[in-house]
Design a protein around this ligand. Sequence first.
Ligand code: NDP
Length: 329
Amino acid sequence: MDITPSSTRYEHMQYRRCGRSGLKLPAFSLGLWHNFGLVNDFGNSRKLITTAFDNGITHFDLANNYGPPPGSAEENFGKILNLDLKAHRDEIIISTKAGYTMWDGPYGDWGAKKYLVSSLDQSLKRMGLPYVDIFYHHRPDPDTPLEETMTTLDLIVRQGKALYVGLSNYRPAEAAKAIAILKQLGTPCLIHQPKYSMFERWVEGGLMDLLEQEGVGCIPFSPLAQGLLTDKYLHGIPKDSRVATSGQFLNETHITPEKIDKIARLDNLAKQRGQKLAHMALAWLLRDDRVTSVLIGSSKPSQIIDSLGALKNTVFSDDELGIINDILG
Ligand code: NDP
């Protein structure tokens, strides 16, 4: 049975235009990389989705390999959509990706036409959908001609299996080539999904300028550096944190004394701004209007509500930006 979402869900969220396309995305989108696998509590996953939607988050980001096991996040998302939000499909932007290892043998990875077409067909089946809104190539493939990968993205749109296409993890030079091929094919690149946070600033070395010039949107992933850019690790490792519960992509080795020192200094600055560190880290990304949406993850519904508080202050003085640059070194 469909839930009845809050009637005020569109009142407090900002919607930002994605590059020079017709599509607007919420300032925050929810990613399903963690907390949506078969290993997770389905009731909690369900509450995360409905809490997000109730608060104006209209975009949910998946990939073929999210879980664990791979594929299970798409399966669970399909179930939740069917249980709670079926009547609201046209209010929702769903993305998925292919590019990392998904099945055995030579056709289950990277960027060939054989893999991308089969993978999207599998994703659609797992989610119970006829099409996704955005299909991404998840990472560049050094061995497949870029023309083949981009022609496949174009094909997928022409087949009606995706409305738009995007790139993820492409560096500026390869992104420029891919964007040019897609433009020539008549399926413009909608969006780029890079890793971008206070701790990961490679996009500032050319990618953001390229996206602006080409009218391509940007949706940074891991904006809290998987939770490091909060106050949670300042005094040890909480039992319910990603480091303690998952440990695969974020573990104790990432929490060095140097990192804690930076986090503590950023936390002080956030307090001076009247914000929590998580809010300042998210606001710091949203201050740049070339950032279309910030792609958050959440292990608890309360974190989604909390993170939305970042929208209250996304303005930074030059002094504050200077202090942040000094801290980040
Ligand atoms: P974040 O950097 O936002 O980290 C999310 C984690 O931080 C949460 O699971 C939670 O961890 C903690 N957290 C979130 N909000 C708060 C809060 N308000 N206060 C305290 N702690 C908080 O993003 P993710 O690393 O999860 O990535 C987000 C999405 O980006 C993914 O789901 C995926 O869609 C996408 N992504 C894309 C990739 C790509 O290659 N294209 C790669 C990686 C991610 P906890 O409570 O467990 O400590």
